[in-house]
Design a protein around this ligand. Sequence first.
Ligand code: NDP
Ligand code: 8X3
Length: 251
Amino acid sequence: MRKTVFITGATSGIGEACARKFAQGGYNLIITARRAEKLAEIKAQLEAEGAKVKTLTFDVRDAQAAQAAVESLDEEWQKIDVLINNAGLALGLDKEYEGDPEDWNTMIDTNIKGLLTMTRLIVPGMVKRNEGHVINVGSVAGDAAYAKGNVYCGTKAAVKAITDGLRIDVAETAVRVTNLKPGLVETNFSNVRFHGDNERAENVYKGITPLTGADIADVAFYAASAPKHVQIAEVLILATHQANGSTIHRQ
Ligand code: NDP
Ligand code: 8X3
């Protein structure tokens, strides 16, 4: 029987790449994000390649909408084997005492509370069935703060603690829990972070070959495909010439 993966933030970057990778790997897909049109476009592409795809349009910050979306799934889609909590963002790169509290709230509500909302909705079914896998997209930013990263780094440190906490809480079950911690991945991430300033976004990846969404999707798929007795607990994936969140050697 084909397995089902549920991916948040599947309209771009790492989430979209995960959708493509898991589709190629024979999974049925539930792809979710806020942009319905983009979801429909990806669904059409993947279905043309033979995948079975369901789209759910909601904002992970809206717990009621998330609940309604999950509850709208009919029986054939209810058995979720892999949850990829990927939806997230950074907003701004400012000194903490000069940052925009609205940006902070958006990051905290999306990266932390949104991830918790999806976990709370989907993991009980996994625990009940005594199988499943949660893959949270953390970041190298959660390992240590970097200059002006303050709140974003804090949200990814929270993802690390919340992921570790879940792994403890499901240890008596066969549910596996993974924290993926990418470094520099060229996606829409920096365009979003700099509120649409594309030139500033491009500079983030200058002088270094960054990772791609597909590089991260490969690791997610590997973790999901590992033998049942193997739990890939955490993976730090950096670009070559990147040593951590602060040390990046540019040519
Ligand atoms: P992108 O901006 O390319 O993709 C972000 C995705 O998240 C989009 O599909 C977006 O969809 C979705 N999203 C954002 N906010 C919400 C929301 N409130 N509700 C539902 N979906 C939402 O960035 P990345 O692919 O790079 O980012 C994915 C994850 O990877 C994030 O958690 C990020 O923090 C993390 N990460 C990124 C790194 C990088 O260097 N790029 C490195 C380490 C971690 P839509 O707008 O349609 O809702
Ligand atoms: C995204 C990677 O280093 O830009 O989490 O924060 S970084």
